[in-house]
Ligand binder design. Structure first.
Ligand code: 3PG
Length: 324
């Protein structure tokens, strides 16, 4: 049986007054990020508990019990964890998507939830473009492929990651188009063509890259109705979340459109179906790796640590996502 790695760093003997911060990352930060995070908490006089690479849920539940704040990545903070966390005042998701936190349960307990928007977005954007190259070159099998230059990239959503994808894609000589409900003005002010509908985006793009969060109207928004508009030989890239795809619809669609490929950062629930039916037409990373770079770990981890300190010292809630 494997146990999570638990290290307690005490920065002074004045334990009673200390704010206790748990850094719980099943997928660990790079070493450099850890050392910089540690510096932030040492300077602030906070106590840090590190729970990394843990494999047992019980270890996380035990560790969160006495913490004032917790920094997580894709680690699950559900209603049960919140019910045990009697001292908890703050959850900082070091990253963008906070679908792993039960925000409703946190709000009920008056626990503030924050993310660190934009801090890891370049890493995810680079992966999206990497997947596009991989797909265009027939998964590096050696079969003659195609180039990105001159092709149309459709960005489904226009948040921080998509904006980085746009920057990189333009360097490749791609034409970038967008469908966005919330960042229309920004996209237009950058000279981008914003489509009137998702269907239109899928119809005019050679490569579609998905950049919407796993909540609200985005859940299962990539449906058969949308997919059926895809151009011949289109690539669908998903570095967002599997939950934004209607998997059954994607499977049905790929059955009758053998020209289309799907590449994603993390396997769908029905990965076995893809293996059985779509060999050579899909690729999934073994684990979510979009933000798994030293740079992204440093940016998001240090930002998260800074937000914890600012919250406890100055009441700063700038990045709170559960207001009202
Ligand atoms: C995010 O939402 O920030 C990304 O998906 C990265 O998630 P990770 O921290 O689990 O790698």
């Amino acid at each position: 049986m494997e146990f999570g790695f638990l290290l307690v760093l005490r920065v002074s003997e004045k334990r009673v007054a200390m704010t206790k911060v748990l850094i719980a990352t099943e997928k660990p930060f790079a070493e450099k990020a850890i050392s910089l995070i540690q510096d932030v908490f040492l300077n602030a006089g906070f106590e840090c508990v590190y729970l990394e690479r843990y494999t047992r849920r019980e270890d996380f539940l035990e560790a969160i019990k006495t913490s004032d704040a917790v920094i997580i990545r894709s680690d699950i903070v559900d209603r049960k964890a919140l019910s045990l966390a009697e001292n908890l005042k703050l959850i900082v998701r070091a990253g963008a998507g906070y679908d792993n936190v039960d925000v409703e349960a946190a709000s009920e307990k008056k626990v503030v939830v924050m993310n660190t928007p934009g801090q890891n977005s370049n890493a995810v954007a680079e992966l999206a473009i990497g997947l596009a190259v991989y797909g265009m070159r027939n998964m590096f099998t050696g079969a003659s492929g195609s180039e990105l230059r001159g092709r149309t990239l459709g960005l489904h959503g226009y948040g921080y990651v998509a904006r980085n994808v746009k920057r990189i894609a333009e360097g490749f000589g791609m034409n970038v188009v967008v469908f966005t409900r919330y960042s229309k003005q920004r996209a237009e002010s950058e000279g981008l063509f914003v489509t009137d509908s998702l269907e239109e985006l899928y119809a005019i793009s050679d490569v579609v890259s998905i950049h919407v969060p796993a909540r609200g109207e985005h859940l299962k928004s990539v449906s058969f109705e949308v997919l059926r508009h895809l151009k011949e030989n289109a690539l669908l890239i998903n570095t967002a979340r599997k939950e934004v795809i209607n998997e059954d619809d994607l499977i049905n669609f790929m059955r009758f459109r053998p020209d289309v490929k799907y590449l994603a950062d993390i396997a769908p629930d029905k990965a076995a179906e893809f293996e059985k039916c779509f060999k050579g037409r899909y690729f999934f990373t073994p684990k979510k790796i979009g933000a798994q770079t030293a740079e992204a770990n440093i940016n998001a981890g240090v930002a998260a640590a800074g937000q914890v300190v600012e919250f406890f010292k100055n009441g700063d809630t700038t990045f709170q996502v559960n207001r009202g």
